[in-house]
Design a binder for this molecule. Structure first.
Ligand SMILES: Cc1ncc(COP(=O)(O)O)c(C=O)c1O
Length: 370
């Protein structure tokens, strides 16, 4: 007799929908039977610049040591991050992508009978990590597509252990101010860990977005998570980090895999962190690309949600799925966000100028076909 291994999975897992990634270029190239080089992918908020040459050089150098385990403590990278972020080494947790940090938080602090609070239209990994450990996912309705922080406070109860907030949020691009964050943090009960997900923070420099690090000293229940996948251009390598009190970092360290960040990723992240020019160029390109896409949407008479990330959600004023399919046939991959409760939007990553142009032209063509 064989067991029903779906029914045997813990209830939270049975109810989970797996994460849906952006469609890979090679997959579409196979389906359309065209050269992958002809395809534009603006679907996963990746950096269109390609990796920093300094990161690539660091990887090449590190290749000679592939037979060795990586430094399980990530000393070199943690030291650089601690310096850069103005925190102690003991406050840094490294993750296999910042996704790993979110998962470590859930494994360490959530369990059946407990809950995590997060917003409608928030990053799809929050429900996954919450339900995977049998905890309740408490989704608070969004306000103007963004986080309704006062309503999120109301959703907290004695069993809440974690709140996930993203600034800016993915896939909406929405953000909240320093004042709003400070008020929120003041009111969150001390037993609730606030995970401030700043995966896109480097793109928001010089804007009205707060820097989560400014709040760490005042709020021991705050963890800031960041990543090398976006502005630092290393998505494939999977490196992210959490900044928190040493106590929280110690707890996360207890549940993490001993070698959760590989040696090539560690070396590349160290190099990327020091490549100031690359980061500046990433930001410049993103700002120009955002303006290009906004101008294009304006011309097409389309609305969009203003964004502080490296992506923008455009409102097609109709169900977006057929337009998404039409764009695929034009060799352009963007991201449908119906699974985020946004059936009329498409999320588009800011690309190189020529990629943005390809996308806008394809969009105009697909919309004109009706
Ligand atoms: C808001 C947000 N947080 C976290 C992540 C995780 O990124 P990574 O695991 O590559 O660091 C993403 C990736 O898209 C994101 O959009």
């Amino acid at each position: 007799m064989s067991g029903d291994f779906l029914a045997l999975a813990q209830p939270g897992v049975q109810q989970l929908s797996p994460y849906v990634p952006g469609k890979p270029v090679d997959e579409l190239a196979r389906e359309l039977d065209i050269d992958p080089a002809k395809i534009v992918k603006l679907a996963s908020n990746e950096n269109p610049l390609g990796a920093s040459p300094k990161a690539l050089a660091a990887i090449r150098e590190e290749l000679a040591e592939l037979t060795r385990y990586p430094d399980g403590n990530g000393f070199a990278l943690k030291t650089l991050l601690a310096e850069r972020c103005g925190v102690d080494l003991a406050q840094v947790t490294l993750g296999n992508g910042s996704n790993d940090i979110l998962e470590l938080v859930a494994r360490a602090y959530l369990a059946p009978g407990l809950n995590a609070v997060f917003s409608e239209h928030a990053f799809a990994v929050y429900p996954i990590v919450t339900q995977a450990v049998g905890a309740e996912a408490r989704v608070v309705p969004a306000k103007d597509w963004g986080h309704d922080l006062p309503a999120m406070l109301q959703a907290i109860d004695a069993d809440t252990r974690v709140i996930f907030i993203a600034n800016p949020n993915n896939p909406t691009g929405t953000w909240f101010s320093a004042e709003a964050l400070d008020e929120f943090l003041q009111d969150v009960p001390a037993h609730v860990l606030v995970v401030l997900d700043e995966a896109y923070i480097e793109y928001a420099e010089g804007s009205d977005l707060p820097d989560g690090l400014d709040f760490l000293a005042a709020y021991p229940n705050l963890l800031v998570s960041r990543t090398f996948s976006k502005a630092y251009g290393l998505a494939a390598l999977r490196v992210g980090y959490g900044l928190s009190t040493p106590t929280v970092a110690d707890v996360l360290n207890r549940v993490r895999q001993p070698f959760n960040v590989n040696s090539l990723a560690l070396a590349a992240a160290c190099a990327a962190l020091q490549d100031i020019d690359y980061l500046a160029e990433s930001r410049r390109l993103n700002e120009a690309g955002m303006q290009q896409l906004e101008a294009g949407f304006r011309e097409l008479g389309l609305a969009w949600i203003p964004s502080r990330g490296n992506f923008i959600a455009v409102d097609l004023g109709q169900v977006a799925a057929p337009v998404f399919q039409g764009l695929l046939r034009e060799g352009v991959i963007v991201r449908p966000v119906a699974n985020y409760g946004m059936p009329n939007h498409l999320r588009v990553t800011i690309g190189l100028p020529a990629e943005n142009t390809r996308f806008l032209e394809a969009l105009a063509k697909v919309l004109a076909r009706g």
